[in-house]
Design a protein around this ligand. Structure first.
Ligand code: BMA
Length: 313
């Protein structure tokens, strides 16, 4: 049993009182919803690369700008639209979703989900100015999403998490690459747990955070109920040299849908993180999509996650 008692007496994370931080009303053009944003931290600003679902139903990305990581202004024009010509067009015909940003060897990479008539694929892009995005490749076949790059090579190889679907179930897998193009040595790392809050599907949410004790992965877990899925946020700690090895996993979620903005929306009962910002003192802001309808912020510290997020066991 975890020992923490917060806000609702049930969540470790602290919801920002200004939630929801970004809604469709904050987008300077007509959109259906905005959710699932990933932060880009530079010396000048904290940007959020956000997923917007347009009126037609296809998603794309826009850049939101901030100086405090809390109050954002969204650019007048989208930052990255689904490709309509060339190789990517066929695989992005239904949109691009859920960007996850990782700085790796001084390059800002974005792993996102390309959605086409053949299904969901993981794609890789990079940006130098956060306004222009260069596609590097589609790095999985269909049936895969929640791709995330580790922020450094491990044992000389690039490392990623992803979430292929097998037998209807979704587990977090790891793969390795010499060049960010060809991936292999794939194996399952974090499967769903029978009967738990994450018993149906799990996926990596926030790019792994390096701590002295291991890679901290903030992931999402789905429980399927008779009223539909519930998306919650939880923790796992992985070995620094061998991130395929789970050191421990929190028994309880650290954030569950409880507020109206998490309960009510296009997809109810969703807290779905895509990134976090960590200050020098370990203060954290976790950005999460709420009910696939807005972007919200939850705060904590690295110490709080490490000392209380895994319970007593
Ligand atoms: C996941 C992704 C997310 C979405 C979530 C909840 O599978 O598609 O984009 O926020 O479902 O609907």
């Amino acid at each position: 049993m975890n020992t923490y008692r917060r806000h609702s007496h049930r969540d470790l994370l602290h919801r920002w009182e200004g939630n929801p931080a970004i809604t469709a009303e904050d987008i300077p053009f007509a959109v259906n919803t905005v959710f699932n944003g990933s932060p880009i931290v530079t010396p000048e600003a904290i940007y959020l690369l956000i997923r917007i679902e347009g009126m037609r139903g296809h998603s794309f990305f826009a850049l939101a700008r901030s100086t405090d990581g809390l109050h954002f202004t969204v650019d007048e024009k989208p930052a990255m639209l689904p490709e309509t010509e060339g190789f990517f067009a066929l695989y992005e015909s239904n949109g691009i979703e859920d960007p996850r940003v990782t700085f790796l060897e001084d390059t800002c990479y974005i792993v996102y989900t390309a959605v086409g008539d053949f299904g969901h694929r993981i794609a890789l892009a990079k940006t130098a100015d956060y306004v222009h995005y260069e596609r590097l490749g589609l790095i999985s076949e269909p049936g895969n999403k929640d791709g995330i790059l580790f922020p450094r090579k491990i044992n000389g190889k690039y490392v990623r998490f992803d979430r292929p679907i097998g037998k209807g179930q979704g587990s977090i897998w790891i793969s390795y690459s010499p060049d960010l193009k060809y991936w292999g040595e794939s194996k399952v790392v974090i499967p769903p747990r029978g009967g738990y809050w994450d018993d149906y599907r799990v996926g990596a949410s926030v790019p792994p955070i390096e701590t002295p004790e291991g890679w901290l992965e903030i992931y999402h877990g789905v429980k399927m109920t008779s009223a539909g899925p519930i998306y919650r946020i939880g923790l796992a700690l992985l070995d620094l040299d061998n991130p395929a090895k789970v050191i421990k996993r929190g028994d309880d979620p650290i954030l569950s849908p409880r507020e109206d903005y998490e309960r009510i929306g296009d997809i109810p009962n969703v807290c779905f993180a895509c990134g976090a910002v960590i200050g020098d003192n370990g203060a954290m802001k976790i950005y999460y999509g709420a009910a696939d309808t807005s972007i919200c912020i939850a705060t904590t510290t690295l110490e709080e996650l490490m000392t209380e997020g895994f319970g007593k066991t």
